[in-house]
Design a protein around this ligand. Sequence first.
Ligand SMILES: Nc1ncnc2c1ncn2[C@@H]1O[C@H](COP(=O)(O)OP(=O)(O)O)[C@@H](O)[C@H]1O
Ligand SMILES: O=P(O)(O)OC[C@H](O)CO
Length: 496
Amino acid sequence: MKKYILSIDQGTTSSRAIIFNQEGTLVEVAQKEFEQFFPKSGWVEHDANEIWTSVLACIAEVLRKADISASQIAGIGITNQRETAVVWDKNTDKPVYKAIVWQSRQTEEICRELREAGYQDTFRNKTGLLIDPYFSGTKVKWILDHVEGARDKAENGDLLFGTIDTWLIYKLTGGKVHVTDYSNASRTLMYNIYDLKWDDELLDILGVPKSMLPKVKSSSEVYGETVDYHFFGQNVPIAGVAGDQQAALFGQACFEKGMVKNTYGTGCFMLMHTGEKPVQSRHGLLTTLACGVDGKVEYALEGSIFVAGSAIQWLRDGLRMFKDAKQTEDYATRVESADGVYLVPAFVGLGTPYWDSDVRGAMFGLTRGTQKEHFIRATLESIAYQSKDVLNAMVEDSGIDVKSLRVDGGAVANNFLMQFQSDILDLPVERPEVTETTALGAAYLAGLAVGYWESRDEITKRWKKDKQFDSEMKDEKRDELYSGWKKAVEAARVFK
Ligand SMILES: Nc1ncnc2c1ncn2[C@@H]1O[C@H](COP(=O)(O)OP(=O)(O)O)[C@@H](O)[C@H]1O
Ligand SMILES: O=P(O)(O)OC[C@H](O)CO
């Protein structure tokens, strides 16, 4: 009987279930969107139960479409939108509040208070992160502070916290297993990435009882089995877990110090593998845990860009400039250049390296001659400029000379964007054949744990390039364009 690996990719706007075969080829995929809740300006929430049912529906659909029975699944890998926080009552298995999403800014006030109380370095030195609403810790505090009776219940040991991986494993195992992996724990603002422990001092500052927290395990091991009533009568091992960006780093076979991947989706997330030693940043990068295997811990540097593909969605839905994101390539190549136009897409502030949550989007260099084509081209270019800001910070902080950039995510289909990225970085940009690297990474992690695949070397060999983009731009032109971008960012930050 032929066996497969099932990967569950629980993202910000949709859940997906994907089946991979022994060759690491995608056999079938099922996807389901779910509702986004925006209760107040800047707040983003999900219904954790809807996420769970969307995942179950995807599993059923993908098995049906692939005509594979549940008994043919050798193992399950889970990868997830990170930082999003769920708190539920272990007596009822019901969430006490909606899942607070990574993008949500509703804990801005809590963060301000923590910064003003002088805790920035305490958190940074232990977690590698910044005090920002992005991370889970202040979201958990917010729920305990705002949901009636929640704090008492938490102190009584009745409430559990989890990122989405934890929530899904808990549900799939019928409430038997409460775990997460290093990569997800490292995004919570509560986990000490050097001691590899939940940090008592940080928990105390945040007022989060330790009894709520999941056990932290490696990214590739058997955590438990599905209960048969949730998996068509089968007890299948859940054997791989990683936050989606770390899973992509793994799926891109970036196992060596200095290898970098950039994922171009709603936002952009660039990760550099830094080996078995953490690198501390001076330029607003995050130090985070990558996926190790065989019990080894590995580290990465990460830069987060909040708005990338979503700027394209804004052009499509907000400004109604085209119907399909694909058309942007054609529009952008109809003109020679953006003609001096720059978009700073700081719609929700700027992430790495600026970490400025008050700055808002701005456009510069408009003339009477500016056309829709320039506008679209400038938007695509802004994705590449932001990525250059992050890569520059990585090179400075790590002292590592980067040889190439591996890319994935929905927007890498855009050849203009990839060529411009290579031009502006003056680096080769490598697009793999399988751009579903996030799901593939989780599948690899699970497959390695159950002996479906042998080793990371096998994965390295499987990584295949679809296309390489090499820089064709003159240094002078690159410098001129990039200095224009830096000026545009400066100017946008003045207007607050
Ligand atoms: N050909 C394209 N050119 C530019 N942007 C694109 C293209 N195709 C998709 N996108 C953008 O990529 C994003 C979708 O990528 P995806 O990896 O599915 O995102 P996510 O996982 O964050 O939901 C959307 O924001 C979309 O606007
Ligand atoms: O859902 P995605 O793929 O946009 O990823 C979200 C990130 O994990 C947030 O840190």
